[in-house]
Design a protein around this ligand. Structure first.
Ligand code: CA
Length: 235
């Protein structure tokens, strides 16, 4: 590897911080550590890490607030690693712009895989910003053609309603990222969006009936229970 990605580990518990750092270093990453929020913000601004592994329960600033303030000026991938398992914490983190949410305890293999994914997404975002937007999403049998506003399953033209198409378009353009129910509602229904997610659930059930071979075990659009939906990454 000619260039080791730099990861900032923000964690106030030395045991956990040491454990994560050791795993990252052993896998070729360049690791920096911060033990509180202030230090984290300073290092993110001054050292520009390639990704941030962020604990939420920090002694000075809550991790959720760190996500919001970093997102005002940086799109660095942020992977939350937290003991907080409540859906409301996950929703808040994703809505503030976290890229991933891993609950403690976790396996290092899982953390490493997710860091790799986050770095790949960041690179893809960079490339797509400097080139024309992708004309389509394609994964296995599914194709979403953004120019024609059509969805194909194999060679079949899938008939989606306008709402259904817009949901699929939104999720596929953000493939690999969890989108919370509220975010999807706001983007699709705009200011008319209600707090009630029932209309989204109904649309999703219809979409899955049309796109998934087995809607009960979806292959393309996955559910993050209590949080939102995410679409599998395209090829
Ligand atoms: Ca902590």
């Amino acid at each position: 590897m000619d260039y080791a990605p730099r990861i900032l580990v923000v964690e106030d518990e030395h045991g956990i911080s040491g454990f994560i750092s050791a795993a990252l270093t052993a896998n070729g990453y360049d690791v920096e550590k911060a033990v509180n929020g202030k230090e984290a913000l300073m290092l993110i601004a001054s050292h520009c890490p390639d990704a941030v592994v962020l604990d939420l329960g920090l002694p000075d600033i809550d991790g959720q607030k760190i996500i919001s303030s970093v997102r005002e000026w940086s799109s660095v991938p942020i992977l939350v690693v937290s003991a907080r398992t409540h859906e409301r914490d996950k929703i808040s983190a994703f809505d503030r712009g976290a890229d991933d949410y891993i609950t403690k305890p976790f396996f290092t293999g899982e953390l490493l895989a997710r860091i790799k994914t986050a770095l790949r997404h960041a690179k893809a975002r960079e490339t797509s910003q400097s080139s024309a937007p992708k004309p389509r999403y394609r994964l296995r049998l599914l194709t979403v053609d953004y120019e024609k506003h059509r969805v194909f399953f194999g060679s079949d033209d899938v008939h989606l309603t306008q709402m259904e198409y817009r949901i699929v378009e939104l999720l596929s353009k953000n493939a690999g990222r969890v989108m919370t129910y509220d975010t999807i509602m706001q983007q699709i229904w705009g200011p008319a969006a209600t707090q009630d997610h029932q209309v989204l659930r109904v649309n999703m059930a219809n979409i899955r009936r049309k796109l998934e071979t087995n809607p009960a075990s979806p292959e393309y659009i996955k559910t993050e229970i209590g949080v939102g939906y995410w679409m599998a990454e395209d090829e």
